[in-house]
Design a protein around this ligand. Structure first.
Ligand code: SAM
Length: 223
C-alpha cells in the first residue's frame, strides 16, 4: 500500500494497524462516555436512514474498524462486506463477528477493489476527517458513489460547524492545525456529478462535534 491508498497521518495509521491501537479504539466505545453518546446517536440516525432505504441484499462498511456497527448493519442485509486498510482491525472484527453472511478484506477506501454499482449500500463512517487534503476527501466520496448501486451513507467534518469555526479561531490565535473539513454544498456537488442526490445531512451533535452524517440516493435507482 502506498500513501495514495492510505494517506492518513502515518502515526494514526500505525496506531489503527497495531493490535494495541485497534483494541484501544474498541475499548473506548465501551468505556468513554462521549464515545457511547456518539455511538448511540449514530445508530439512531442510521435506523432512520435505513427506514428510508429498506432492507437490501448487500452493504459495504468501509472502513469497518473493529466492527462497531457490524451487527446493526447485518440486521439490514443478507451479505455484509467489512473492509478496512488495517489488517488488525479486519481480523479483530472477524474474530468477534464470524463469517456467517459476512465477507472481510483489506482495502483502501480511496481505491476500492470492487466494480461499479456492485453493492447496494456503501457506508463510510469516520474516515473523511482523517484525509489530509480536499482532493483526497473528494476522491473518497467519488469511490463510495461509484461502488454503491442504491445509496451511500457517509460522515464528513463540516466546514460550517460550530466546532470548526471555533477551531479556525484557534488556528489563527494559537497556531493549531486546521481540521480536515468539507463544505456541505461541495459534498452535494460531488454527489450530483456522480449521479446522486442528498436525502439527509444531519449533524451528529450541534455542539461539541463537527461530524455530519449524510444519506444519498442514486438518481433513478429502484427502492
Ligand atoms: C476512526 S476509525 C473508524 C472505524 C469505523 N468506521 C467506526 O466508525 O467505528 C478509522 C478507520 O479508518 C481506517 N483507515 C484509515 N485510512 C484508510 C483508508 N485509506 N482506507 C480504508 N480504511 C482506512 C483505519 O484503519 C481505522 O480502522
Amino acid at each position: 500500500m502506498t500513501n495514495l491508498h492510505a494517506p492518513m497521518q502515518q502515526s494514526k495509521l500505525q496506531n489503527y494497524n497495531s493490535p494495541r491501537g485497534a483494541e484501544a479504539y474498541k475499548a473506548d466505545y465501551g468505556n468513554k462516555l462521549h464515545r457511547k453518546w456518539s455511538d448511540k446517536r449514530e445508530r439512531a440516525l442510521l435506523a432512520g436512514y435505513f427506514a428510508e432505504i429498506g432492507d437490501v441484499d448487500s452493504i459495504l462498511d468501509l472502513p469497518c474498524g473493529h466492527g462497531r456497527l457490524a451487527d446493526f448493519l447485518k440486521s439490514r442485509c443478507k451479505t455484509l462486506v467489512e473492509a478496512d486498510w488495517s489488517f488488525t482491525m479486519v481480523s479483530l472484527n472477524r474474530g468477534d463477528h464470524g463469517d456467517d453472511g459476512r465477507r472481510y478484506f483489506r482495502a483502501s477506501a480511496l481505491e476500492v477493489p470492487l466494480p461499479d454499482r456492485s453493492v447496494d449500500v456503501v457506508l463510510s463512517f469516520r474516515l473523511s476527517h482523517h484525509l489530509e487534503t480536499q482532493d483526497l476527501r473528494e476522491r473518497h466520496l467519488r469511490e463510495l458513489f461509484r461502488v454503491a448501486k442504491k445509496a451511500v451513507i457517509v460522515t464528513w467534518f463540516s466546514a460550517t460547524s460550530l466546532k470548526n469555526l471555533l477551531r479556525q479561531v484557534r488556528v489563527v490565535l494559537a497556531g493549531k492545525k486546521p481540521k480536515n473539513v468539507l463544505r456541505n454544498e461541495r459534498v452535494r456537488a460531488v454527489a450530483a456529478e456522480c449521479g446522486y442526490t442528498q436525502r439527509r445531512a444531519r449533524p451528529l451533535f450541534r455542539i461539541g462535534s463537527g461530524h455530519v452524517v449524510g444519506l444519498f440516493f442514486r438518481d433513478g435507482a429502484a427502492r
